[in-house]
Design a protein around this ligand. Structure first.
Ligand code: NAG
Ligand code: NAG
Ligand code: NAG
Ligand code: NAG
Length: 588
């Protein structure tokens, strides 16, 4: 799946146009995209031929031009051309005046006297309407940073010659400067289509514009959404990797409506590991804190635990600012290693490796046999690719908390990344024996088998994972086995099964952005563009980081562009032609 998304993001320009017509399967699209490079070059736009002819004419007329065909203002030395004068000319004369004026415009352009060049081109246009004159004048406006004038002139030129590439590109640059990104994207896509889709030279610009556009949409529409908890599967893997709290979890032992009671209720909800229970826990921890705040005699250790969980929830909601406040408070009341660990994660999240290290050291200082420290320390090493340090930390975590299934899985993954497939198999086998009902073990084993190109084996593991998950009352990994299984169907080109599986994944986990953006991409291939856009929109709202969100927004905006191209009669016909030539769609 990740290969596929990389593929998609690398071929966005092609993707934008690929679903416009005809392509009905994923395999078909991939085929079509691969075909692109072999397409015969499209004939150059017709304007070129006439340009050459005109050039010859120009040479002939040049001598006459020097003697000025047209009246000149003696004071300014500029042509003095009015509509009245032009009306008296024959068509022949209009043409030769126009060409002569244009020639002079070109000379002033070369001398970088853009204002004068503009005057000449304007006069040329008075004598004869020609897209080239508009194009030339737009080049002057571009040099003068008059973007709105650039758009005006290129638009006039494109009305006459819709495949005038120079104008499309120039207008795209102007639109980009004016921050009218969708308009710029449309022109760049049109450019790609007119170039027979074999020209990839504008993809860099298209990517850049799409990125700017996505970041702006993110800023305007998504960055201020209320901070919400992530999918229960993320919460499950986060809390599942921690040792259980060392307090009595029997709610009846605590007086009703006290901070301690709310806290223990919250902890028990976390233990239930369902989406609803996590939402309830979130409320309960806040209730616990407001009780602890007003109770000076409250048990400091219990209060610290409440703040610690609130800090963890804030972190998981990507509200790290409030997370730090709560965790600081927790440490102030009664220091526990885990508060430092979460602070370390928050700092690592902000790419503050040194700060993260300090927090982990502080945690070790408090209790060097706390398993929570080593698991997360190991993960950080794993993420930066220091496998040896990751391994020793996971070993320690596994020894100190033998119930942490993730430590086993990570160790097996490390063995695989170190190139020892046999050790990896062995470690997964050990994990399976120790955690026979865990859907995590077969799911991650399946991912490794997939990577090893053992697709049958992977499919079996994903099936087992999905079955185990279904039998559990807890959420664990939720729809992950289904998402992963869809990758197998996709590989096989079994689009129906792929869609079916991903639709089930979306239903199973109402907060899975991955399920939604993956299904959206499949819909896009199936030309269900409206449905795709809807899913990308949902995925945007659900995704956790700016990077994930802008990726979703990019897909969404690229899809909207597809609709726009589809509505353009000239472009959609051109795409159809190209696809037919490439043999992707049957000859009409
Ligand atoms: C004017 O247009 C012609 C034909 O497209 C081109 O060759 C020439 O470079 C243009 N001049 C300027 C200043 O853009
Ligand atoms: C949290 O505590 C650290 C260390 O004492 C301190 O540097 C930081 O400013 C505190 N942050 C907040 C938001 O209280
Ligand atoms: C350190 O953590 C371990 C494991 O949670 C625990 O058994 C031990 O009592 C803790 N030691 C101290 C000094 O808190
Ligand atoms: C399985 O799903 C995870 C999470 O969405 C993803 O990172 C991974 O690439 C998937 N693996 C395969 C083989 O699709």
């Amino acid at each position: 799946m990740s290969d596929f998304s990389r593929f998609v993001s690398q071929h966005k320009a092609a993707l934008i146009v690929s679903a416009v017509v005809g392509v009905t399967t994923v395999a078909g699209t991939v085929y079509y995209l691969n075909q692109q490079k072999q397409l015969p070059p499209t004939p150059p736009p017709s304007s070129k031929k006439s340009k050459n002819k005109r050039k010859k004419q120009n040479k002939k007329k040049k001598a006459e031009a020097k003697a000025t065909l047209y009246p000149v203002d003696p004071q300014t030395g500029l042509p003095k051309i009015t509509d009245e004068i032009v009306n008296t000319l024959s068509d022949e004369e209009k043409s030769s005046w126009a060409l002569s004026l244009k020639e002079s415009g070109n000379e002033y352009f070369k001398k970088k006297d853009f204002e004068t060049a503009i005057a000449y081109y304007t006069n040329a246009l008075q004598c004869r309407i020609d897209p080239v004159f508009y194009a030339n004048r737009s080049a002057c406006y571009a040099a003068l940073d008059k973007d709105d004038k650039v758009v005006e002139d290129t638009t006039e030129a494109l009305k006459i010659n819709p495949s005038y590439n120079k104008c499309l590109l120039r207008r795209a640059h102007a639109y980009e400067n004016m921050e009218k990104y969708p308009d710029a994207m449309f022109d760049l896509t049109a450019l790609t289509i007119h170039g027979g889709m074999s020209d990839h030279s504008n993809e860099v610009m298209l990517e850049r514009v799409l990125k700017k556009h996505s970041l702006r949409i993110d800023q305007e529409e998504y960055s201020n959404l209320p901070k919400e908890l992530p999918s229960a599967s993320s919460l499950s893997s986060f809390f599942g990797a921690f040792a259980p709290p060392d307090i009595d979890l029997d709610e009846s032992k605590y007086e009703e409506s006290t901070g301690a009671r709310f806290l223990v209720q919250g902890l028990n909800k976390v233990d239930l590991d369902t989406p609803e229970a996590y939402d309830e826990a979130d409320v309960l921890f806040n209730q616990a804190i407001s009780k602890f705040e007003s109770d000076v005699d409250a048990d400091k250790k219990m209060a610290a635990l409440a703040y610690e969980y609130k800090g963890a929830f804030d972190f998981l909601k990507t509200d790290s600012e409030n997370g730090v406040i709560a965790l600081n408070k927790s440490l102030e009341l009664s220091p526990r290693p885990r508060a430092h660990v979460i602070l370390g994660l928050i700092r690592a999240d902000k790419s503050d490796a040194k700060g993260a290290n300090e927090e982990f050291e502080a945690a070790v200082k408090l209790n060097d046999s706390d398993p929570d420290i080593y698991y997360h320390f190991g993960q950080m090493f794993y993420l930066v690719g220091d496998l040896a340090s990751a391994q020793s930390n996971f070993e320690k975590a596994k020894k100190l908390n033998p119930n942490n299934v993730y430590a086993y899985i990570q160790l097996a993954c490390i063995a695989y990344r170190q190139g020892d497939a046999a050790a990896c198999d062995e470690l997964f086998k050990e994990a399976k024996l120790k955690f026979p009902t865990s859907p995590e073990v077969p799911n991650y084993y399946g991912e490794i088998l997939f990577d090893r190109q053992n697709f049958q084996g992977a499919e079996r593991q994903f099936d087992t994972a999905a079955r185990l998950q279904q039998a559990l009352p807890t959420f664990n990994i939720g729809c992950l086995p289904l998402i992963n299984k869809s990758a197998i169907y996709q590989r096989e080109g079994n689009v129906d099964k792929c869609v079916e599986t991903l639709e089930a994944a979306c239903e199973l986990d109402s907060k899975s952005d991955v399920a939604r953006s993956t299904l959206g991409q499949i819909y896009l291939q199936l030309q269900k563009v409206d449905e795709a856009i809807k899913l990308f929109e949902e995925a945007c709202k659900l995704s956790r980081s700016v990077e994930e969100r802008t990726q979703c927004i990019s897909l969404m905006e690229a899809s909207k562009m597809q609709l726009k191209i589809r509505e353009d009669p000239i472009l959609s016909q051109k795409v159809e032609e190209i696809l037919r030539q490439a043999g992707v769609v049957p000859q009409a």
